[in-house]
Design a protein around this ligand. Structure first.
Ligand SMILES: C[S@@+](CC[C@H](N)C(=O)[O-])C[C@H]1O[C@@H](n2cnc3c(N)ncnc32)[C@H](O)[C@@H]1O
Length: 404
């Protein structure tokens, strides 16, 4: 019954962490000074005590600049893309614990010198939020922080304690929120939502529901970042939520349908012309991808400037613009015309997974893996910056997402 109450309150699937429940109950018995039976009885009715138990179970572990590839993807791709498209950027750190993640996002935005940014950090536990608001941290919180960042954005306040500088604190607000509650007290939509290491112990149903709810709070073209160990969205969730899977700088990201000017009082714009997918001349320029990223098209202009864009480029652009039927048509054709390209198979797999076609996505990934067989990890694939190892990582990540 206690497990059910904890799960109903926080989404935490206690069965998945049975051993920590024992440890947590013993700690609580010591703290409260009662026997096990009495404690269990009180937990049935005492919400504050249940809250303390949940806190002991949800390790609020966090630190600044957590998970390097994700930080690189935010700094190199997500924030610059938003800076280009937006007059101001609104960010949500959902499940922010003691605030390190929310402040990291503000610092990354400041580093990029883009438009004004505001960050909202929310968490289930008021105690964690108090720490977040005080913004004072010990050395352990900085274990992944580049040294210049601590110098620039923190003041030393006591021995081995540093406080986030006011110019960063001013950008970040905190509020209590249980992400499982039916009605969120958080208003509006966001350009970037980061929800990492919150759903690790959620049931898959709760996780899929939460991902879809978070996606619904993204502005068009907005990004969602989950933790590497969180349950990934199932293809059906991606499809329902209108999210496209993206691989950026070694991190998996999800993006909502790209920016489209929606002006309610004007007639809808005519659909974009569908490029004719003619076979390319044998000597037509091939697309050079500086990174193995679907979203880095902005930096990959060459094929777009030719009269006949390559099928691969059309496919990647369509994926970027959330035009999945066009993406699938173009990438299938690219796969037919370039049967030995592992990258094409990988791009096709992304379109298939985003449109909920898991079995076909798996088969494209198998084809990509076969084409990569025997190649050395550091061999460049197509253009600078992209190696066989990068693509292998992408294939593996998509396979994990598909449960293959
Ligand atoms: C491991 S911490 C992650 C902190 C930060 N996101 C990171 O990745 O570094 C998980 C946080 O999720 C919060 N949490 C767990 N269940 C929650 C829920 N149902 N609603 C809101 N926050 C929740 C916990 O209180 C905890 O602070």
């Amino acid at each position: 019954v206690i497990c059910q109450r904890v799960e109903a309150r926080s989404g935490l699937r206690v069965a998945a962490i049975a051993r920590s429940l024992e440890v947590a109950l013993e700690t609580l018995m010591r703290d409260v000074g009662v026997e096990r039976g009495a404690l269990e009885e009180r937990l049935l009715t005492d919400d504050a005590l249940l809250e303390r138990l949940t806190l002991l179970l949800t390790i609020p572990e966090t630190h600044f600049f957590r998970v390097k590839p994700q930080m690189k993807a935010l700094a190199n791709v997500v924030l610059p893309t938003l800076a280009r498209d937006r007059a101001s950027i609104r960010v949500w750190s959902a499940g922010c614990s003691t605030g390190e993640e929310a402040y990291t996002l503000a610092m990354l935005a400041l580093e990029g010198q883009g438009p004004a940014v505001s960050v909202l950090g929310t968490d289930l536990h008021p105690g964690s939020l108090e720490v977040a608001r005080a913004a004072r941290y010990g050395a352990w919180s900085f274990r992944d922080t580049p040294p210049h960042v601590r110098q620039m954005y923190f003041d030393a306040v006591a021995s081995a304690r540093w406080q986030v500088k006011p110019e960063v604190r001013d950008l970040v607000k905190f509020a209590a929120l249980n992400l499982l509650e039916a009605h969120w007290t958080v208003d509006g939509t966001f350009d970037l939502i980061v929800c990492r290491n919150v759903m690790i112990y959620f049931s898959n149903d709760n996780a899929q529901r939460l991902i879809a709810r978070l996606a619904a709070r993204l502005r068009p073209g907005g990004w969602l970042l989950l933790g590497p160990s969180d349950p990934p969205p199932l293809p059906a969730t991606l499809q329902r939520a209108g999210l496209v899977v993206r691989f950026e700088d070694g991190a998996i990201l999800y993006r909502r349908a790209a920016l489209r000017a929606v002006t309610p009082d004007r007639a809808p714009a005519p659909p974009p012309a569908v490029p004719k997918l003619e076979p390319r001349a044998p000597n037509a320029p091939t697309l050079e991808l500086p990174v193995f990223i679907v979203g880095a098209l902005d930096t990959v202009a060459p094929a777009a400037q030719t009269d006949a864009p390559s099928d691969l480029h059309v496919g990647l652009s369509a994926l970027e613009g959330d035009d999945l039927p066009l993406a699938l048509a173009a990438l299938r054709r690219a796969a037919y015309l370039e049967p030995t390209s592992a990258f094409v198979q990988f791009a096709l797999a992304q379109a298939l997974v985003s449109s909920g076609q898991s079995a076909r996505a798996r088969s494209a990934l198998r084809a990509a893996a076969r084409l990569l067989e025997g190649l050395s990890d550091d061999a460049a694939l197509s253009g600078q910056g992209m190696t066989v190892a990068d693509l292998r990582r992408g294939v593996q990540a998509l396979n994990v997402m598909l449960g293959a």
